[in-house]
Design a protein around this ligand. Sequence first.
Ligand code: HEM
Length: 207
Amino acid sequence: MATKKIYLYPVWVRLWHMINALMILLLILTGISMRYSTPENPLIRFDIAVGIHNVAAFIVTFNYGIFVIGNILTRNGRYYRKWRKNLATNLWKQFVFYAVGIFRKEPHPFPINEEQKFNPLQKFSYVIVMYLCMPLLILSGLGLMFPDLIAYKVFNISGLVFYDVVHIILGFVISLFVLIHIYTCTLGDKPGTLFKSMINGYHEEHE
Ligand code: HEM
């Protein structure tokens, strides 16, 4: 069986992704510790968790800037901008494939090529997470870090509580995304194929 190889993940995307993934995992871990452990029984000591959370948040924010600028300046951005027609139908087709077709060994409904490296569900979730959730997560985090900068009241509740609620909801959404993302990344030709792509840059597929 011949193997088709397409170079889809340039070095800067792989580096951005590695730093982002590690830092987001640290943020989730320290975030859970700050939220749910008690002072007598901390998962990670509170002041240490706050310190790690702040440093990781700073790195994620800077790294996020690299993602946005990189996608404006390089061809990688087209994978986020160029959409196939009939989005709703395509999302449904991909969902049915993940729910049923994949277990019947049916072919992927949207094979990967140089022009479309993401299937519709991947693309939709990446755009929502990277261009909606991440900026709101970062802004709400900055609000919590520098409370003097935010409005005293938002929608008649304390500005600090408002930013806190937004930050926690988005943290939860991104944590859920990471779980589903890691699962869908096991659905390549073999369970390790897509992880390998993110290391060597090449998407591999048996023809
Ligand atoms: C923590 C462990 C993570 C693992 C193991 C992982 C794994 C992967 C793999 C294997 C790919 C390549 C397959 C594909 O294109 O879908 C990928 C791509 C991607 N991942 Fe992750 N990921 C992780 C965390 C994250 C996080 C936290 C985010 C965002 C908040 C994220 C966002 C993305 C995006 C946007 C792409 C596409 C990048 C591009 O090619 O332009 N990932 N990930």
